[in-house]
Design a protein around this ligand. Structure first.
Ligand code: TYC
Length: 113
């Protein structure tokens, strides 16, 4: 005998399906939001500096970093990684601080995915 209303979708105790009970619910687990970290183009930061930033803070190989740097240079902006809020915030701060210390105007921002 069926008594648990949560099982209605799986049996014939409610053949009309009109008992008014919601049988499908959202899973309770939620993934944390993700944040895109982006690099912006400018006219002054040397290409090799940007390549170095991508290698140092985003774990890219020299070839990957060069490719991504060229995308930013040509298109104006590129996503360089997707992270949790805390990690994204740390990456942005590290890049901005590193650029400032080297007196380059390189800009790094983050945006909710
Ligand atoms: N446009 C810069 C130059 O010609 C290179 C550059 C690339 C700067 C990417 C910033 O995020 C950047 N020297």
């Amino acid at each position: 005998m069926m008594t648990d209303p949560r099982m209605m979708a799986d049996n014939d105790d409610d053949p009309q399906g009109d008992s008014g009970i919601i049988t499908q619910t959202r899973p309770k687990t939620q993934r944390p939001p993700l944040y895109k970290v982006m690099l912006l183009n400018d006219d002054y930061t040397p290409m090799e500096f940007v390549v170095h930033v991508l290698e140092r803070f985003f774990g890219m190989t020299h070839a990957e970093a060069f490719e991504v740097m060229l995308v930013v240079h040509k298109k104006g902006v590129a996503v360089v990684g997707v992270f949790s809020f805390e990690v994204a915030e740390t990456k942005v701060a590290q890049v901005m601080d590193f650029a400032r210390r080297h007196q380059h105007p390189l800009q790094c921002t983050m945006e909710k995915e």
